[in-house]
Structures are given as structure tokens and as C-alpha cells.
Design a protein around this ligand. Structure first.
Ligand SMILES: *Cc1c(COP(=O)(O)O)cnc(C)c1O
Length: 355
């Protein structure tokens, strides 16, 4: 058995994989594969309805919001957000807390003015900037709740005079949030919700239709809302597996329960990193992520031998992002705490070679 600490596509619950595999052969006793049934069949419509219902239930989505399952990944949302919300000659505000935030704001520049209210670029994004003012004349304010590459996470949201748009790709469903605080929440499924190929978007209906811009159908939230995420053929398999994963989460007690588990998982791992003289964490303590735990070897020459030890123990996906180096343990919802203890054992057992 492998211990999958990969950053994304990330680990999925084993029972979800088994159910998904069975549906590929015979979907709900229809005698057809899930991959060959019509997306307009009552069986698949029930899957999509259930997925939307689970999102609403697990995140307590209030009235006035639409839940969409779209394609193109979070990266398409980088463009779709300003396309829909930013009027010609208007301005959008961005918090630059990492590379994903930077990619998002670059896309917005195609549509209007971008004000970067604060950045931590100078420190290679080892913290989340906290001193900033959100301009009241911006069309929206864009933030990234969890910076997957650097291992920082926004632990507190804040009041905003303008709608807040949040990229929650790597921490959606990991903790309770108040959806009413946001104008748009989006997340590529492949970190914490399902397989690659579908993107969750939760959009407040009344912020739409104000940009005065003509928008192609596929990139228009309004078309997608009216089509119930079925303006065109939706990614049926990715939606099905996301639905199964959300059901798994519900059966575990929902977001409140998983939040407690996630807090214990990250705490024991950070405790070992702080205790063990061979390793050190790199990010500001108050911004440490509960989803992506980044750390380095005190001596960079120990990195390779530690990765080798991890490999021997079935620990996979733990090499840090190329722009940061070191290690990154992605400890998403589906990763059991037993895998964390295997990693901690490896850190305690690690006996670096002497030169
Ligand atoms: C992975 C990731 C993305 C990119 O997602 P795609 O679905 O591959 O486009 C964007 N933002 C964050 C925070 C991510 O972790």
C-alpha cells in the first residue's frame, strides 16, 4: 500500500475508487458503463442533482447562490471571473499570495485594470500579506485561500466592501466556511474533492450581469446556470466520482468532522518538523497550511537520501514544488492519519549519511 502525499491530482478514498471502478463496468445496474450513458439520462441527471445537493448541504450554501460543475480547471476560472465581473475600464483587486494568485491576476489584465493590494513575492511567498486595504471601487477582490505550492493558508477571512472571489482549489471541504462571505468560490476538483476534469463554482447570482460585456456561452456563468451545468456535455465521470467523494465526506460527519481530523493531522506533523533537528518548516508559523505541509532538510544534502527512505516506505508525492524545493506533504481529506504516522516514523528513523 502506498501513502499518497501527492499535491494533485491527490488521494481519493479507497472505497470511492472501488465504487467508481464498478460504475465504469455497470452503472447502477443499467447494464451500461457510466462512460457510455447519456448525460441526459435520468440516471445521470440524478447524479448531478445529488452532487449539487451534497455541495449545498456540506457547505451550507445559502439561497441566492448557484452551484456549477464546469470544465477547464481552476485556470479557466482565472479568466472567466474577470470576463464576467470586470467591466471595460473597470478595476479588480488581487492579493498576490503565490504563483496561482499571480496567474489569476495576469488573466484579469486582459479585461481591465488590476490593483495588487499586497504581495509576498519578495519572500518567495513564505507568508500571507495582512496589511492591505481593499479598494471600494474595485469590481471584486480576488484571494487564494490555500497556497498549494508554498504551504500557506488564510486562517481568517475578512470583511470586504466588494464581492470576494476565492480560489479554494486546495482546501475546499477541508474546513467550515461561511459561503455568504463570498461572491464566487471556485475549486479544481483534483485536490480535495474528486478527480481532475471538473471545477466546482459557487456563484452569488446577483453579482452577475453587471459587466456590460458580451460573453461567449461557455464562459458565461449565466448560460451555465441556465443550463444547469449541462449547456454542453458535462464531464460525467469526474462529476460522478466527485459525488461519491462528497458522499464519503458526509458519511464521515461532514466538514466539521473532517476539519477536526485535518487539524490533528497537520498538528502532529508540524510538531515533528519543529522537534526534529534534521528538518525545518519554511513558512510563517501563523500562516501554516493544514493541507500542504512544506518543509526542508536542515542540510540540503540530506534531501535525496530522505526521499529515498520515503520511497522505501511507500511514501509518494512528497517532493516539494520545483520553485520551492525541499518537501511538501499534501495531507488532503482522504489521507488517513496512519499515513502521517508512517511519514513521522520515517523522519525519526532517518539517519543521514555522513560525508
Ligand atoms: C492546482 C491549483 C490551481 C490550478 O488548477 P487547474 O485545475 O489545474 O487549473 C489553481 N489554484 C490553486 C490554488 C491550485 O492549487
Amino acid at each position: 500500500m502506498k501513502h499518497n502525499f501527492g499535491p494533485g491530482p491527490g488521494i481519493l478514498p479507497h472505497e470511492v475508487l472501488k465504487q467508481a471502478a464498478a460504475a465504469v463496468i455497470d452503472f447502477n445496474g443499467t447494464g451500461l458503463s457510466l462512460l457510455e450513458v447519456s448525460h441526459r439520462s435520468p440516471e445521470f441527471e440524478a447524479v448531478l442533482d445529488e452532487a449539487v445537493k451534497l455541495v449545498k448541504e456540506l457547505l451550507a450554501v445559502p439561497a441566492g447562490y448557484s452551484v456549477l460543475f464546469l470544465q477547464g480547471g481552476a485556470s479557466t476560472q482565472f479568466a472567466m471571473v474577470p470576463y464576467n465581473l470586470l467591466p471595460d475600464g473597470g478595476k479588480a483587486a488581487y492579493l498576490e499570495s503565490g504563483v496561482w494568485a499571480n496567474k489569476a491576476l495576469k488573466e484579469a489584465k486582459y479585461f481591465g485594470e488590476v490593483e495588487i493590494v499586497a504581495t509576498s513575492k519578495e519572500s518567495n511567498f513564505t507568508y500571507i500579506p495582512k496589511d492591505f486595504t481593499i479598494p471600494a471601487d474595485a469590481a471584486y477582490f480576488h484571494i487564494t485561500s490555500n497556497n498549494t505550492i508554498y504551504g500557506t493558508q488564510l486562517h481568517k477571512f475578512f470583511p470586504s466592501p466588494v464581492p470576494v472571489v476565492c480560489d479554494m482549489s486546495s482546501d475546499i471541504f477541508s474546513r467550515k466556511i461561511n459561503v455568504a462571505d463570498f461572491g464566487i468560490i471556485y475549486a479544481g476538483a483534483q485536490k480535495n474533492m474528486g478527480p481532475a476534469g471538473v471545477t466546482l463554482v459557487i456563484v452569488k447570482d446577483d453579482i452577475l450581469g453587471k459587466s456590460g460585456r458580451k460573453i461567449p456561452a461557455m464562459l458565461n456563468y449565466q448560460t451555465q446556470i441556465e443550463g444547469g451545468s449541462m449547456y454542453n456535455t458535462p464531464p460525467v465521470f469526474a462529476i460522478y466520482v466527485s459525488m461519491l467523494t462528497l458522499n464519503w465526506l458526509k458519511s464521515k460527519g461532514g466538514v466539521a468532522e473532517i476539519e477536526k481530523e485535518n487539524a490533528v493531522k497537520s498538528r502532529v506533523l508540524y510538531e515533528e518538523i519543529d522537534r526534529n533537528p534534521l528538518f525545518k518548516a519554511v513558512c510563517a508559523v501563523e500562516d501554516r497550511s493544514d493541507m500542504n505541509v512544506c518543509f526542508v532538510a536542515e542540510n540540503p544534502e540530506h534531501e535525496k537520501p530522505f526521499l529515498k527512505l520515503c520511497d522505501e516506505k511507500g511514501i509518494v508525492g512528497i517532493k516539494g514544488h520545483r520553485s520551492v524545493g525541499g518537501f511538501r506533504a499534501s495531507i488532503y481529506n482522504a489521507l488517513p492519519i496512519t499515513s502521517i504516522y508512517v511519514l513521522i516514523d520515517a523522519m525519526q528513523e532517518f539517519n543521514p549519511p555522513t560525508p
